[in-house]
Design a protein around this ligand. Structure first.
Ligand code: AMP
Ligand code: GLY
Length: 425
């Protein structure tokens, strides 16, 4: 099969790395890809949101399956356009991708399908929203309704923070994404992520993971896209996984199908494990990044037939085998991230760092200039390892981080701390 992966991050590198191992693959393309993906895929210079150019390329190249990594092109309707051109695609339609693209869409769906999630209200003007938070009091959570690159959420521990977030959103800080806000009750607990693959009707569970969103050690400092992750998430028991399947995922798929927008692709459920069980924080219409990297390390089964079966609408009988060992990924970012940072700084000794068994370095923001790998983004490398325990995976990953020669980069030094504390308890 000829496969095209859309995207240029560590998530897409991990997908390409895994797809490249499939005996069913004849040729792999990535658009636009990055310096790391060049080792396993032919990178074509088409942006992930250049919908028309992607459709033309896929048609002209007779691609058998397109795998869409990020949410942007999904919300823009890449799947719809590819399918209209007769090209099989793994990823939801624009309508179904509203599960990630619109928080009020998902909250309404949760209400109708009786899915456990925080109580909420939806506002289209600042005054009503302000009156509501003053009545509810803090802590409370204010969310811009649309896609805001992960920056649209304020967990307000004080009323004044909630008021400021509302004022900012309606003043246009998130553009159209903030023209509406969802205000939610504050949930207390430990967060976990759960991933499933869907074919429009059925869902096959993948695995659990936890990420570290804050930039600093000890989960301090500003939020980021994710500074590291590990899988599985020890907080999620099998009972909680079953509960999430039957009380969240299955009713979600049934409701979307009944509404005429069957969901094909990955669902990433962000959960809060509260004292009374899992509550849904949000859905994403894609794999997590860097959660995908740890999932791909742990997956034993061939990924390609699984994604293809989902895209064809028939996952009946499908199951996925996993390595029991945990995997852990450390993000190396450019100094300054998530604020301003330099681009174009050289990175060396990547091959040496990735040499040990069970270590993979996925590229998230790199390019090759005259043969030299350089950093092109904020999050740049995902140094990923699998080991007999989270502590062992962590030690392997940090040995590789310490081998990499990139003076302008940094990483957190405590990825996996919660799971390692549990191992040591
Ligand atoms: P979201 O973009 O919806 O994933 O929210 C970003 C982060 O805000 C989540 O990962 C949580 O850490 C936090 N968060 C979102 N909703 C809530 C809530 N209702 N209660 C507590 N924390 C929340
Ligand atoms: N790492 C969190 C996300 O991909 O949304």
């Amino acid at each position: 099969m000829k496969v095209l992966v859309v995207g240029s991050g560590g998530r897409e590198h991990a997908l390409c790395w895994k797809l490249a191992q499939s005996p069913k693959l004849t040729k792999l393309y990535a658009a636009p890809g990055n310096a790391g993906m060049e080792a396993v895929a032919e990178c074509v210079p088409i942006g992930a949101e250049d919908i028309d150019a992607l459709v033309t390329f896929a048609r002209d190249t007779a691609i058998d399956l397109v795998v869409v990594g990020p949410e942007g092109p999904l919300v823009l309707g890449l799947t719809d356009k590819l399918e209209a051109a007769g090209i099989r695609t793994f990823g939801p339609s624009a309508k179904a991708a509203q599960l990630e693209g619109s928080k009020s869409f998902t909250k309404d769906l949760c209400r109708r399908a009786n899915i456990p999630t925080a109580a909420y209200a939806h506002f289209t003007n600042a005054n009503d929203a302000l009156a509501y938070v003053r009545e509810q009091g803090a802590p409370i959570v204010v969310k811009a309704d649309g896609l805001a690159a992960g920056k649209g959420v304020t967990v307000a521990m004080e009323l004044a923070d909630a008021e400021a977030a509302i004022t900012d959103a309606f003043d246009g800080r998130f553009g159209d994404a903030g023209a509406e806000v969802v205000i939610e009750a504050f949930l207390e607990g430990e967060e976990a992520s759960f991933f499933v693959i869907c074919d429009g009707e059925r869902a096959v569970p993948l695995a659990t993971a936890q990420d570290h969103k804050r930039v600093g050690d000890g989960d301090t400092g500003p939020n980021t896209g994710g500074m590291g992750a590990y899988s599985p998430a020890p907080v999620m028991t099998q009972d909680m996984i079953d509960f999430t399947m039957t009380r969240m995922i299955e009713p979600t798929l049934a409701t979307l199908k009944a509404d005429g927008m069957p969901y094909k692709g990955v669902i990433f459920a962000g959960l809060m494990i509260t004292d009374t069980g899992p509550e849904l924080i949000e859905y994403n219409a894609r794999f997590g990044d860097p959660e995908c990297q740890v999932l791909m390390m742990r997956m034993q089964s061939d990924l390609l037939p699984l994604l293809d079966a989902a895209a064809q609408g028939d996952l009946s009988g499908a199951s996925v085998a996993w390595h029991d060992d945990p995997a852990l990924s450390v993000v190396m970012a450019a100094k300054g991230y998530p604020g301003a940072y330099d681009k174009g700084t050289p990175i060396n000794k990547l091959d040496e760092a990735a040499a040990p068994d069970n270590v993979e370095i996925f590229h998230a923001g790199t390019a090759r200039t005259d043969g030299q790998v350089v950093a092109t983004g904020g999050r740049v490398l995902n140094v990923t390892a699998m080991g007999a325990s989270v502590a062992k995976a962590q030690a392997l990953a940090y040995a590789a981080v310490d081998t990499i020669d990139w003076p302008e980069g940094f990483s957190r030094r405590d990825i996996g701390w919660r799971a390692i504390d549990r191992e040591n308890a």
